[in-house]
Design a protein. Structure first.
Length: 505
């Protein structure tokens, strides 16, 4: 075997990714892996932006290239992350960049997509448990900003994706923050609420109450009803209202008693919060928290703390629970008694001034089908997309197989007289479930890989407005359908009207 062949064989045996790898066309260097979500093949890394010379948070979505379904899933994930880039809240980092899924130069030939976000200095959420569960008031104060971020995301029609502790970091100001954005398409708003409840349960007990938790955390003990034992049972000093909040958030909406909104979680947390958490942090280099030298020792210590908590359960605790449980029930249910008075939430900061925009009309529209299979779908009806009549429109052909089995997708290309800076697109469609990507192009007939994703949406109402990411002015906008409406053996989507708004000059 030649020396070069031996070197190649050695490289193929190395794990990937490893510190020092450079991604994003040489822009982002991997520094250290700080967590992972094995449920979804997600790796969480601290990285370095070599262009702007700053640390960044890198969420890597990995899929085997020979698994088309997994590759399609991570493509949808980064498209969804692109929508969340407009969210600005203290409890979640800003998305800085999105690298679409592509096959990387690595030994296993896997396909990787990356969401790049601000780096959050401070500590990992689980590091707060190195000395055992937190005082209840401290736990509430740490999590309140994260609950506020969930409320802000849901109000904007977005999902935060805070259902895994490795995605959460705690800032030097003692605020929990979503540090690694990018929820998969299957994540829903109720998963955010369950995640908040799970984080609270974790900080109060040192145990993780949801299935498929991180390997380093002990699972929550389960009661005879098949549900996690209440934090108050495990730790008598936990207020019943926080224990109830954790359990009912984990239960989620639609369970006959679950918590429904991030605002409700935030208000209860703020009423029970304390900011006296200085003893949880020690000064380190650049404000980072000093971590224990032996992670296994810290993990053993957490489990010992859990065992001690279990032994303190006694008859007195059970008697107290029987008395106070009924009185605190009114926190979440209407018992017919005096209403619970909850402090009004602090007024939100005024929203930024909206971007001034004006409608712009496309010069022409054509069917965009890079597959070359068959004739263009209903080309004669394309003019109805721009005729101002929302009762008529254009539709795809009826397909036996859902995209991308027969075709990767299908779209329409809009051409404009002069380059425009589009800010949003309004789509009128009677086809719920249709998934659209809005892409810019430099020519009317580009390769799909040469177009740039600027917005995405799933049709759920008759009229859907899709915000578009700012970029260079363009003469061509592609409306690309990646998922059709319909059911087995009859997949078809219809679009009645397209309206484009451009930045006003």
């Amino acid at each position: 075997m030649t020396e070069s062949a031996e070197a190649q064989t050695h490289r193929s045996r190395l794990p990937w990714p490893i510190p020092g790898c450079v991604l994003g066309r040489g822009r982002y260097r991997l520094l250290s892996e700080v967590g992972r979500d094995d449920r979804r093949a997600v790796r969480l890394w601290r990285g370095r932006d070599l262009v702007l010379d700053r640390d960044v948070a890198l969420t890597l979505f990995v899929a085997a290239s020979q698994d088309p379904a997994a590759v399609a899933l991570i493509r949808s994930t980064v498209a969804r992350a692109l929508r969340s880039a407009r969210l600005e809240t203290a409890g979640a980092v800003r998305v800085l960049d999105v690298l679409e899924a592509e096959r990387r130069d690595n030994p296993d030939g896997s396909t990787v997509a990356i969401v790049v976000a601000e780096w959050t200095p401070g500590a990992a959420l689980v590091d707060l448990l190195d000395s055992g569960p937190l005082p209840p008031a401290v736990a509430a104060g740490v999590l309140a900003p994260l609950a506020g971020a969930v409320d802000a995301a849901h109000s904007a029609g977005l999902v935060l994706g805070c259902d895994h502790p490795d995605r959460i970091r705690v800032t030097p100001e003692r605020h929990a923050r979503l540090a690694f954005p990018g929820p998969p398409p299957t994540t829903e708003a109720r998963d955010d609420i369950r995640g908040l409840g799970a984080m609270l349960y974790l900080l109060l007990t040192g145990c993780w109450p949801l299935p498929d938790g991180p390997a380093g955390l002990p699972p929550a003990p389960i009661g005879q009803n098949g549900l996690p034992i209440s934090p108050t049972t495990l730790r008598p000093d936990v207020p019943v209202e926080l224990s109830t909040l954790a359990l009912r958030s984990i239960a989620g909406p639609g369970t006959g008693g679950g918590v429904h909104t991030g605002a409700a979680v935030r208000q209860v947390l703020e009423l029970n919060a304390s900011t006296a958490v200085d003893d949880l942090f020690s000064a380190g280099t650049h404000g980072e928290r000093v971590r224990p030298s032996d992670p296994l020792r810290a993990q053993r210590r957490r489990r010992i703390k859990f065992g001690v908590s279990m032994t303190v359960l006694g008859a007195a605790t059970l008697l107290i629970l029987g008395y106070v449980g009924m009185q605190v029930l009114s926190v979440f249910t209407d018992t017919g008694g005096a209403p619970l008075v909850v402090a009004a939430a602090a007024p939100k900061a005024p929203a930024p001034s909206p971007v001034l925009s004006s409608p712009v009309r496309a010069k022409s529209v054509t069917v965009y089908d890079p597959s070359g299979l068959g004739s263009p779908d209903h080309q004669k009806d394309l003019g109805k997309l721009l005729d101002g009549n929302p009762s008529t429109g254009w539709s795809t052909d009826s397909y036996v197989d859902q995209f991308p089995r027969y075709k990767k997708g299908l779209g329409v290309m809009l051409s404009f007289e002069t380059p425009i800076a589009a800010t949003s697109m309004t789509v009128i469609s009677p086809s719920p479930g249709t998934v659209l990507e809005i892409r810019t192009a430099t020519s009317p007939h580009p390769r799909l890989d040469d177009t740039t994703l600027v917005g995405t949406a799933t049709i759920s109402a008759t009229s859907t407005q899709i915000p578009l990411r700012a970029g260079p002015p363009t003469r061509y906008l592609l409306v690309w359908i990646t998922h059709l409406s319909g059911e087995e053996n009859h997949y078809q989507s219809k679009i009645n009207e397209l309206g484009i708004q451009q930045r006003a000059t």
